[in-house]
Design a protein around this ligand. Structure first.
Ligand SMILES: Nc1ncnc2c1ncn2[C@@H]1O[C@H](COP(=O)(O)OP(=O)(O)OP(=O)(O)O)[C@@H](O)[C@H]1O
Length: 281
């Protein structure tokens, strides 16, 4: 495990005309401690994935920099493992071969196999080593993707809405799995999510991002003992505190996207931007 530091990071992208630029966020600074579990939460388009991609080294900041420990990030590296919403497994390889694929570049086949088996055991897939991706459920595929990322023994695990495409039951199972993995491996984890409940269940701290202009609005420490109970009064209170800020941000995005068609009452009914409604944003 290792710390992650984000220092005065700004990101602009070109507009459609390719002549002008828009700023996704600017002046973002964040220190993530060794072994800490931090979630990035915010409305669609606020730049959560962009920030994660900068830490992954898949995207470059326009200004500022990100670091793993003392090392400035200049590209992807084996010190960071990434899990995306889609597992992106190779369909012609079975489970263990998928995990071994990248490992074989840096170690002999027998060692790669041992590593792959160890991490597939950690995600409880020992019985499925020889299954092919089309034989697996969505949740199982994501567990393979997690095992693949962990098998490189990265110092930091970056997860971009890893459970966003899964049904509620599978998602709940994988929350338990991620907590188990985090406790076993003590990895530093940066986790992008839309889901308030998910962020409270898993994180040490929740970084709430806003949009137009983008940036960090507030950081919520989650001082609740684990495993966390969503029906507990403290959990519900935190959920409401976060939603009361986030609701306004979502409304801002919708107002901009819908222009004259925006209707606040209708929006809260449709999308649950009311503080009492829906925690899945
Ligand atoms: N390569 C790119 N070129 C141009 N614009 C981009 C690029 N990548 C992202 N953007 C824009 O940057 C903004 C932030 O996108 P990003 O995907 O980081 O947001 P997000 O908070 O992760 O959104 P979501 O929750 O919907 O995934 C969006 O307006 C998006 O359209």
């Amino acid at each position: 495990m290792e710390s992650v530091t984000i220092k005065n990071v700004e990101k602009t992208f070109p507009n459609r005309d390719n002549k002008t630029f828009f700023t996704v966020f600017k002046d973002i600074s964040l220190d993530i401690k060794e072994g800490e579990f931090v979630s990035l939460l915010g409305p669609s388009g606020c730049g959560k994935s962009t920030l994660l991609n900068i830490v992954a080294g898949l995207d470059k900041p326009t200004s500022g920099a990100a670091y793993v420990g003392e090392t400035k990030i200049s590209g992807p590296g084996s010190d960071r493992g990434v899990v995306f919403q889609e597992a992106a497994l190779m369909p012609w390889l079975n489970v263990i071969e998928n995990v071994m694929f990248a490992l074989k570049k840096t170690m002999d086949k027998a060692t790669a196999k041992k590593h792959a088996e160890k991490y597939l055991k950690l995600v409880h897939l020992s019985k499925f080593l020889h299954s092919y991706p089309h034989e697996l459920s969505g949740g199982m595929k994501q567990r393979v993707a997690i095992a693949r990322a962990l098998s490189m023994d990265p110092k930091v695990l970056l997860m971009d809405e890893p459970f966003g495409a899964l049904d509620e039951q599978t998602r709940m199972m994988l929350h338990k799995e991620v907590q188990f993995i985090w406790e076993q491996t003590k990895k530093t984890i940066l986790f992008v999510t839309h889901n308030i409940r998910e962020s409270i269940l898993l994180s040490d701290r929740i970084v709430l991002m806003g949009t137009r202009p983008g940036g960090i609005i507030k950081i919520f420490p989650v001082d609740l003992p684990r495993p966390r109970i969503p029906s507990s009064p403290e959990f519900i209170q935190l959920e409401e505190d976060i939603m009361s800020i986030l609701g306004g941000e979502i409304e801002k995005v919708m107002r901009e996207e819908m222009g004259d068609d925006f209707n606040s009452k209708k929006a809260s009914l449709l999308y649950g931007t009311d503080s009492n409604m829906g925690n899945h944003i």
